[in-house]
Design a protein. Structure first.
Length: 414
């Protein structure tokens, strides 16, 4: 669940993220009806009962929230790497802990970089500053449509983003401009990602399209995905996973147009994949709601996701293991529109999982990668500590069909 954090990390103040708690703060403003996530132990990790008293919404929500023992193992993970972007978070999950963050450009990129970008693309550049993606297209979209110049911007993350109207700059040309930028700032400056941000519409009514594409640096070391690939264990990457790992260690990449589409793809792959890792990123939480400070939209997406999870757990086979987690936070209740340095949930489900087991606070996201490496029998990862043995019950039993959940589904080798 991209950006679904559950509370500030001890070093949050160094990133300007004091007080961030994506799920907790949303729930204070919009009481969340997420019984599936609760059933796996989310309410053990973040307060979910702090809601306004005496409202009809409070009563309605309370009726639909079960109480009692968690149906899965639960814990939270801290990010050991420096930084708080998607690449850093995903790489750490798969075994890479970065000792320094990717470079950021709060004042925009150097004039010579922008000049060379314009020379190579044959188009001018507008913006070149840190900004919200929706606000910058509102600001520069009309001029972009008149001149054809590309809108270039960054954020608190290590990104070089290029926005263009699909009727002005064809998608293929926008992708080519991203490849040019990647050579300049990715390979040249070590920027983590170049992102294509196409949009449509008219001034005052611009909307971004699903044709986003990320051009990320290749992982700086060995990941769990590389291990699985060498062991001929399929890795099915759904959403922007393929982009975040630059295609490395990916058997099949499946891009999506929404979180609902992502869940549709997960359900299809669960029927197809007999053995392997289904690794999914649901980006709407972050891109559509977190970065736009859309509290109501974020809350509604959490509830939609929770409902979709209802169909997942009963379909797991006895040897399947499923984990729900996140890569960072993005609290829409704070003034910032950027990612937040937060703990992320660790919710584990399956017939072999010890229901109600507290996995505690993990010191690094890499504990997940190490656990999956043990699960698949591909050796020990350099970073992290496995929680597989601690979370498993000694005698498997069928799943309770009243429980539900998801984010990464894995097939244990037979």
């Amino acid at each position: 669940m991209d950006s679904v954090g559950i509370g500030e990390l001890p070093d949050a103040s160094a990133y300007g993220d004091q007080g961030s708690n994506t799920i907790g703060n949303i729930n204070k403003l919009v009481p969340l009806n997420i019984p599936t996530l609760r059933s796996l132990g989310l309410d053990r990790l973040v307060p979910l009962d702090q809601r306004p008293e005496g409202t009809a919404e409070t009563a309605k929500t309370a009726e639909n929230i079960p109480s009692g023992t968690s149906l899965g193992a639960y814990g939270r993970m801290a990010e050991a790497s420096a930084g708080k972007d998607s690449v850093t978070g995903h790489w750490e999950m798969m075994g890479i802990v970065l000792d320094r963050p990717f470079p950021t450009f709060p004042n925009g990129f150097a004039p010579e970089i922008i000049a060379e970008f314009s020379r190579r693309t044959g188009r001018g550049a507008l913006g070149n500053k840190a900004a919200s993606g929706t606000r910058i297209i509102d600001e520069f979209g009309p001029e972009h449509m008149r001149s054809g110049a590309l809108i270039v911007y960054t954020s608190a993350d290590s990104v070089f983003q290029i926005a263009a109207h699909e009727a002005i700059v064809p998608i293929a040309e926008l992708y080519r401009a991203c490849e040019i930028a990647y050579a300049l700032v990715g390979e040249g400056l070590g920027v983590g990602r170049v992102i294509a941000r196409p949009f449509v519409g008219t001034p005052g009514h611009f909307t971004r399209t699903p044709n986003r594409r990320d051009y990320a640096l290749p992982p700086s070391g060995e990941t769990l995905l590389d291990r699985l690939e060498r062991a001929s264990i399929p890795v099915i990457a759904i959403g922007k996973i393929e982009d975040l790992f630059a295609g490395q260690g990916i058997t099949q990449g499946i891009h999506t147009v929404s979180d609902d589409d992502g869940m549709d793809k997960v359900e299809v792959q669960m029927q197809i994949v007999d053995r392997g890792l289904i690794f999914t990123n649901l980006v709407d939480f972050d891109a559509q709601y977190g970065h736009r400070n859309d509290v109501a939209g974020y809350a509604a997406n959490l509830e939609r996701f929770d409902a979709r999870l209802a169909a997942i757990l009963p379909r797991l086979r006895d040897e399947d293991l499923l984990v729900v987690t996140a890569d960072h936070g993005n609290d829409p209740t704070t003034p910032s529109t950027d990612h937040a340095r937060e703990y992320v949930p660790l919710l584990v489900a399956g017939a072999r999982v010890r229901a109600g087991y507290d996995l505690g606070t993990r010191k690094t996201f890499a504990d997940l990668g190490h656990t999956l490496a043990e699960n698949f029998g591909v050796g020990r990862m350099r970073h992290g500590t496995s929680f597989l043995g601690r979370s498993q019950r000694t005698t498997p039993r069928p799943l309770n069909t009243q429980s539900k959940m998801f984010l990464r589904v894995l097939r244990v080798p037979r």
